[in-house]
Design a protein. Structure first.
Length: 81
């Protein structure tokens, strides 16, 4: 697992300040971040699925993940077409 840069660490600390109940999850959150970052860096894809309320949760998560990335994630040409 790589080290967080200053911006990433600031984001994590701000989130934990707003949600102190998640402090015990810090290590898990860092592992998840590392996993997703590595996945995207290697051209991977995250799939989420569910039905009913789980579907709504998935759509919310997708919206959160897509709304404000710091780095550009180019769309493959075949998908863009």
């Amino acid at each position: 697992m790589g080290m967080l840069n200053d911006t990433q660490n600031e984001i994590l600390e701000e989130m934990l300040a707003r949600r102190p109940d998640l402090a015990d999850c810090r290590a898990g959150l860092l592992r998840l971040y590392s996993f997703l970052s590595d996945c995207y860096d290697q051209g991977g894809t995250l799939y989420l699925c569910g039905n009913g309320g789980s579907y709504a949760d998935c759509m919310h998560i997708v919206g959160e993940l897509c709304k404000s990335f710091e780095r550009k994630r180019p769309i493959p040409e075949d998908l863009a077409n």
